[in-house]
Write a protein of this length. Structure first.
Length: 379
């Protein structure tokens, strides 16, 4: 009989990186385990969500895992009910997908009330330890939310190090995000669709826009980048969670309108590939990061990445082979990274190097790792 795993985390119909990750975890573990997802029936209250909608409005769903929508993130009575339901599952392991301190009390309550059944069998997958724009209160909430974990699965060395520094020592296992390659078999995209010339070099900034992602730094770097090659175009695609005006003012200040195209909207699944396939490289000028689904999406399209030396980028990007790494918080460094990419692209086979990097992705060995976790955690 297969061992049973219950995952508490978001899945379809919610949108974004976390539901996609949980779906991948479900799919890879289902090869060897009986896997069930306890999804959210309320993820974020509407007034706390900065985007247009929390739900996936795509016409195409490339990956969709079965789930039960049972968790209400703000209802303590629901948390106790979910814990009771969990105890009836008789699972070999319960897994919480942790990414934000907002869920601290929800995860704490469910895990504490289920603990009589699952002591030694509670794993937290920690995509982030502290949120990218976190403050002192986030650290306090994170400590509360993770306090009932028997073990952790970290997805980057930075998070692994943070977890090992917790007062209560627990086992910390390692993996990484999957490579999101399920879009890449679709048709090539013509650059002219976006008003670019066929010989232009297109840099893609993809994903929702917040300060920690450094779009303002990239825009400040554009004049220097254009001095190197005025056929560079910047394609910014994603919903703005910040005020767009602060970014538009930089574009106006440097007269960048002919070189920058902004698509301020959440991108449905069926449209993702057209932006990546019209681009030559992906650019991640982040101020902070642990890891990024945008990087793994770029690798899924075999696109090189220009990124800052923050968080997991340093361990997942082979400098000069699968991308370029530069210092953060500096437009001159961003410009230098793009210039280095332009100099290397005729000399380095980025695509082949990325294929080799992807072939060794640790995520593919998750079933083996979970067998180890189940064996060791219950001892």
């Amino acid at each position: 009989m297969k061992k049973k795993i219950v995952i508490i985390g978001p899945a379809y119909p919610y949108r974004g990186g976390n539901p996609t990750f949980v779906t991948f975890v479900h799919d890879v573990l289902s090869k060897e385990f009986d896997v069930k997802i306890y999804n959210y029936k309320l993820l974020y209250p509407g007034f706390l969500f900065p985007g247009t909608t929390q739900f996936d409005k795509s016409e195409k769903t490339f990956k969709k895992a079965p789930s039960e929508r049972v968790v209400n993130s703000i209802n303590p009575f629901n948390w106790i009910a979910v814990a009771r339901k969990l105890k009836k599952e008789n699972a070999d392991l319960i897994v919480f997908n942790w990414w934000h301190p907002f869920f601290a009390f929800c995860h704490f309550t469910i895990s504490i009330f289920a603990r009589s059944k699952y002591k030694g069998k509670t794993l937290f997958i920690t995509e982030n330890f502290i949120s990218h724009e976190g403050h002192f209160i986030d650290r306090v909430l994170t400590g509360i939310g993770l306090s009932n974990a028997d073990a952790f699965l970290a997805l980057s060395s930075e998070v692994e190090s943070d977890l090992k520094n917790l007062k209560k020592k627990r086992r910390v296992y390692r993996s990484e995000l999957p490579v999101y390659s399920f879009y890449s078999d679709l048709e090539p995209q013509n650059k002219e669709v976006f008003g670019f010339g066929k010989d232009d070099t297109v840099l893609l900034f993809f994903g929702y826009v917040r300060k920690y992602k450094g779009l303002d730094i990239l825009l400040e770097a554009m004049p220097q980048i254009l001095k190197k090659d005025n056929r560079i175009k910047l394609l910014v695609v994603g919903e703005f969670y910040d005020d767009p005006e602060s970014y538009n003012s930089i574009i106006s200040k440097h007269s960048l309108s002919p070189y920058v195209k902004i698509v301020n909207q959440y991108v449905p699944n069926e449209d993702i590939e057209k932006y990546y396939k019209a681009s030559d490289a992906v650019i991640l000028p982040y101020r902070s990061a642990t890891q990024s689904g945008i990087l793994n999406l770029a690798y899924g399209f075999f696109l090189p990445v220009v990124a800052t030396k923050v968080g997991g980028f340093m361990e997942f990007i082979d400098d000069g082979k699968t991308g370029i790494l530069v210092e953060p918080d500096d437009p001159n460094e961003i410009a230098r990274g793009v210039e280095k990419y332009l100099d290397l692209r005729e000399k380095v086979n980025f695509k082949s190097n990325i294929e080799n990097r992807v072939s060794g992705n640790q995520f593919n060995r998750l079933p083996e790792l979970f067998n180890t976790i189940i064996r060791e955690c219950v001892q």
